[in-house]
Design a protein around this ligand. Structure first.
Ligand code: MLT
Length: 407
């Protein structure tokens, strides 16, 4: 019999399309049917403010360097340019008391890719734990790899994944799981709920992971939005975290790089799984499958840490957090049950009148022309919840809330 090429059938286990693609399609269809409607998008967490002037200057300079034979750059070094890795180590870690060295930092084109790819360096036998609701990339990338078992449509869960419910009752932070996972995905400040974890609480996770030989995959993409003390910016602020945790960071929400693409992953040299160091495996993967973020973008990243760069990106973050305040206050005044939005650019709200998340999505789109993200798209415990982002511009944010209030 003729042997035919076969697909990776794990992909067929994925229910539906990627959440934000589904939303994009629904909104396009609505717009086609209602060409006059002025839709306000507070769905996907995409920034709206332009890149800060200091960063633009660095980009222009780097572009000019690329046109000059003396300063032209070809392939970037495997881990990223030293100028960027050292400033990251100093400003994001050493200055916060975390001993991370530049060569423990792997520069990439964003945290989404790294969060999705990291599972490759772990055995397929590993048992994965995720929060529920959760950023879909953690689960879907493990489904693609074949680590999750079958999908149970009744439970809306994969059989071999440990789901850790994040509910109003536990402040939307998970409890330590009773069944011990090998890989634990945590994201704080949290996408989608906007919840945070305090340092003592995160320390419990680090201790648990060290005790059981689990690895924590810590997504800190929203750390720049932390406004309260005692909320850790990095998992390495906890004792012993270098022995059990990988951390992901992004320039997307910190400095508006969603279109430029830049992020990094921290893998401490001492970190081991099953007695084997993880750093060489990720270095090998990086070397084999990746050719680095562009020089000009890494130069732009360096400028984020300059005095002016920092000041300007902080102003942008403050602007988005003022939006978050407008959304929180406006919705609370209109009688909605709201949380998040204090140390994160996401507001998590309970749908009114027991509507499902998707019913509320349609209702808001049709009656108010506002796009948000249905909580159930992030997992079964997100049902009856809804996420709005603070990343709109001021005018749209105010108008969206006025429209919701007048429903
Ligand atoms: C989101 O809306 O959850 C984020 O924009 C997704 C991402 O950062 O990839």
């Amino acid at each position: 019999m003729l042997k035919m090429a076969q697909i990776n059938s794990n992909y067929k286990k994925l229910p539906g399309s990627y959440l934000f693609s589904t939303i994009g399609k629904k909104v396009r269809e609505y717009q086609e049917k209602n060409p006059g409607a002025r839709i306000i998008r507070l769905g996907i967490g995409d920034v709206t403010q332009p890149i800060a002037p200091e960063i633009i200057t660095a980009l222009h300079k780097a572009v000019d360097e690329m046109g000059n034979p003396e300063t032209f750059k070809g392939y970037a070094p495997d881990l990223g340019y030293e100028f960027l890795r050292s400033v990251i180590a100093k400003k994001d870690f050493i200055e916060r008391g975390c001993e991370i060295s530049p060569d423990e930092i792997f520069v990439s084109d964003g945290a989404k890719c790294d969060c999705g790819n990291i599972q490759e360096i772990f055995s397929l036998d590993n048992r994965v734990a995720v929060c529920d609701p959760v950023y879909p990339v953690y689960v879907d990338s493990n489904v693609m790899a074949g680590r999750t078992g079958e999908y149970d449509p009744a439970k809306e869960c994969f059989n071999d994944v440990i789901y850790m419910p994040c509910l109003k009752e536990n402040g939307f932070t998970p409890e330590l799981p009773s069944k011990v996972p090998d890989l634990i995905y945590l994201c704080f400040p949290n996408n989608p709920t906007g919840a945070v974890i305090h340092k003592a609480e995160l320390q419990k996770w680090v201790d648990y992971a060290n005790e059981h030989g689990s690895i924590i995959l810590y997504d800190a993409a929203y750390e720049a939005y932390i406004s309260e003390d005692d909320v850790p910016h990095s998992i390495y602020e906890c004792n012993g975290a270098k022995g059990c945790a990988i951390e992901f960071r992004s320039f997307s929400k910190t400095a508006g790089f969603t279109g430029l693409r830049l992020g990094f992953t921290v893998i401490p040299k001492e970190l081991k799984a099953g007695g084997e160091a993880l750093w060489p495996l990720w270095a090998r993967r990086h070397g084999t499958k990746y050719n680095g973020a562009p020089y000009i973008v890494q130069k732009a990243g360096e400028a984020v840490y300059s005095e002016n760069g920092r000041k300007q990106v902080r102003e942008q973050i403050a602007y988005y957090m003022q939006n978050a305040g407008i959304i929180l206050d406006g919705l609370a005044a209109a009688g909605y049950e709201v949380s998040g939005g204090k140390n994160a650019p996401y507001i998590w709200l309970k749908t009114p009148d027991d509507m499902t998340s998707w019913q509320f999505f349609d209702y808001l789109l049709e009656k108010a022309g506002v796009v948000g993200t249905p909580g159930s798209g992030f997992g079964p415990h997100g049902e009856h919840y809804f996420r709005l982002t603070a990343f709109g511009n001021r005018e749209n944010t105010i108008e969206a809330i006025e429209r919701i209030k007048s429903l």
